[in-house]
Design a protein around this ligand. Structure first.
Ligand code: 9YT
Length: 133
């Protein structure tokens, strides 16, 4: 059994900081669960273009207010505590944080640990069990 506390991750190599967000990676590929799970904070006032070309991601908001815009159909959905969105079609999107947003994020396949978005909003794939091309 794995038991971890957020406070034990903050400031370690599992605490990844990008310009628009911080991601505390509670579970990673090395934990052999088949998915990774992150406690992520999106900084207020930011707008982030994201395309998880190689991963499926589910996101559950537990704090804050924001919006996700699908770039496939232009639909905009408000995000508030209790909102889930699942990028089941590797959806290209823009994530807007009106306030600080705190999100629980799950990735399949799991992240290795240090991934940040490249210039196209993509995380590289290090897993042979890809879920998309
Ligand atoms: C919601 C979202 O995709 N934020 C970017 C960071 C990512 N969730 C991560 O690596 O935890």
């Amino acid at each position: 059994m794995i038991v971890r506390k957020l406070q034990d991750i903050v400031g370690t190599e599992r605490d990844i900081r990008a310009s628009n967000w911080s991601s505390r990676r509670l579970l990673l590929k090395s934990d052999r669960m088949g998915f990774s799970m992150h406690d992520t904070t999106i900084h207020p006032g930011t707008e982030t273009y994201i395309w998880y070309k190689h991963h499926l991601e589910a996101v559950y908001c537990i704090e804050g207010e924001g919006e996700i815009e699908s770039l496939d159909d232009g639909a905009r959905h408000p995000i508030e505590p209790g909102t889930l969105y699942a990028l089941n079609q590797n959806d290209k999107h823009i994530l807007r944080a009106h306030t600080s947003l705190r999100m629980i994020c799950v990735f399949n396949p799991p992240l290795n640990g240090t991934e940040v978005h490249d210039k196209d909003g993509i995380y590289p794939l290090h897993d042979e069990n890809a879920v998309s091309s």
